[in-house]
Ligand binder design. Structure first.
Ligand code: NDP
Ligand code: 2IT
Length: 450
């Protein structure tokens, strides 16, 4: 058995239930094969065995009192995966589907994503198995305070800097930061995605979606094409999806879909950004509310999707932006996108495409932006927030956005050139994985065995 096969098989044996982590590790490790063959030092130093084992993994009890006065208990997580090149950095996810396997896959991906940004940030992820839906604002506040009451002892501005992810936006970051500040008396910016009044960075809210579109434009320009005037399909209706729609419209493209966990909107006239923001950011409502605001749109509930299909991907489009969650685009979805002439898939969510879907898309040789490259704008701008906090400055929106553009363009060049170096021009999965890995692995060797 080869080195890579051995490590993958060991992961499956030692953590049998962590299927999402197996999937993420399989994708990354498989694409490292040409590098590992060329450079025996990685196997000799047991880099893969060390990389797949988190440096530290914390689970903890989160107990809080709901509006009825009843005690609720949830499980909290922080997986501090790798700090070779900088402090742990990565988001917090609050969703009922969260398991150890979810947080580990996200933390593992984050190592390579953060390395690729060219910034000094290590990889981590956290969150809780908790459903924010139907909770009052006071319940969210008490949950976030309880969560931070344990987490505060494991984080710090040069140790570990969490941020948002699914179910964690500005409101939750504010409640967590307030609790951290009360417990430590320190106003040190330990979370990113903070409000602008208390240390947040302008453009962090927009950064993941904007960065995703900048990355897709880089891929298109490299192929002598552009997104301007093109029909785009976007999934999700949260932070990443909203600002993907926003930037697509700014550059003259036409996004026509969004979706949430209950259904999707197909708005042939083009998504109405104000109606989308009113529905999701102001009212925190279902997309049926969007339909009330825009009656010329079409709403399809999940119950009407054919089995095993995500209907967003059956809408003919030039470019597709999965921006909801993992494994939301499978092989059947990919086949339909390709059949309808799709030329570009750029991943806003983490691991939205299944391994089989990625294979089909790569074989078709259309542009494919893997999550760890394409959605790295969020964490990059988080690092810009850390830099502003550390120097007690606040930069303008334009300054941050300009830096974000530069970082996305650097990520594209790095992944693209690395793919060419290994004789796989255009394969940004291989390019991103090898480029992200090399910096972390070489650093681990420099730092001595740990
Ligand atoms: P939000 O919570 O703001 O939005 C998530 C959206 O996806 C919602 O519309 C939600 O629908 C939908 N969704 C979530 N889970 C599911 C599910 N299991 N099935 C169907 N729909 C689902 O999160 P973000 O926009 O921040 O995150 C979206 C993706 O982007 C995630 O994969 C995240 O890891 C990734 N990401 C986020 C970054 C950030 O800066 N926020 C940075 C990089 C990546 P509903 O509201 O009905 O639950
Ligand atoms: O997946 C991700 O990159 C994020 N959720 C953002 C992490 C961050 O630290 O900003």
């Amino acid at each position: 058995m080869s080195y890579v096969d051995n490590v993958i098989s060991e992961i499956k044996k030692s953590s049998p239930a962590q299927v999402e982590f197996h999937q993420a590790a399989t994708e990354v490790l498989n694409s490292l094969r040409p590098l590992l063959q060329k450079e025996p030092k990685y196997e000799k130093n047991k880099i893969l065995e060390r990389l797949v084992e988190p440096e530290r993994q914390i689970t903890f009890r989160v107990a809080w009192i709901d509006d009825k006065g009843e005690i609720q208990v949830n499980r909290g997580y922080r997986v501090q995966f790798n700090s070779a090149i900088g402090p742990y950095k990565g988001g917090l996810r609050l969703h009922p589907s969260v398991t150890t396997g979810t947080i580990k896959f996200l933390g593992f991906e984050q190592i390579f994503k953060n390395s690729l940004t060219g910034l000094a940030i290590g990889g981590a992820k956290g969150g809780a198995k908790f459903d924010p839906k139907g909770k009052s604002d006071n319940e969210i506040m008490r949950f976030c305070q309880a969560f931070m009451t344990e987490l505060f002892r494991h984080v710090g501005p040069t140790v570990d800097v969490p941020a948002g992810d699914i179910g964690v936006g500005g409101r939750e970051i504010g409640y967590m930061y307030g609790q951290y500040k009360r417990l430590t008396t320190s106003h040190d910016g330990v979370l990113t995605g903070k409000g602008i009044n208390y240390g947040g960075s302008l453009a962090r809210t927009e950064a993941t979606g904007y960065g995703l579109v900048y990355f897709a434009e880089e891929m298109m320009n490299d192929r002598g094409n552009s997104l301007a005037g093109k029909i785009c399909a976007v999934s999700g209706a949260g932070n990443v999806a909203i600002y993907t729609v926003d930037k697509l419209q700014q550059i003259g493209a036409k996004p026509v879909t969004v979706s949430d966990s209950r259904g999707m909107i197909h708005h042939a006239a083009g998504i109405d950004l104000a109606a989308l923001r009113q529905t999701k950011e102001v009212e925190r409502a279902s997309l049926t509310r969007y339909l009330e605001l825009c009656p010329d749109a079409k709403y399809i509930p999940v119950s009407e999707y054919p089995k095993g299909r995500n209907m967003v991907w059956s809408v003919p489009c030039f470019a597709a932006f999965p921006a909801a969650t993992q494994n939301e685009l499978n092989a059947a979805d990919a086949a339909e996108l390709l059949k309808n002439g799709c030329q570009c898939v750029s991943e806003g969510a983490n691991m939205p495409s299944t391994l089989e879907a990625v294979d089909l898309i790569l074989k078709a040789k259309i542009a494919f932006g893997p999550a760890k490259a394409a959605n790295a704008g969020g964490v990059s701008t988080s690092q810009l927030e850390m830099a502003q906090n550390a120097s007690m400055q606040q930069w303008s929106f334009e300054e941050v956005d300009q830096k974000l553009r530069g970082i996305m363009s650097g990520i594209f060049r790095n992944a693209n050139e690395t793919a060419k170096e290994f004789g796989e021009a255009g394969n940004l999965v291989l390019g991103a994985n090898i480029a992200g890995f090399r910096k972390v692995a070489d650093t681990m060797i420099s730092l001595g065995v740990y």
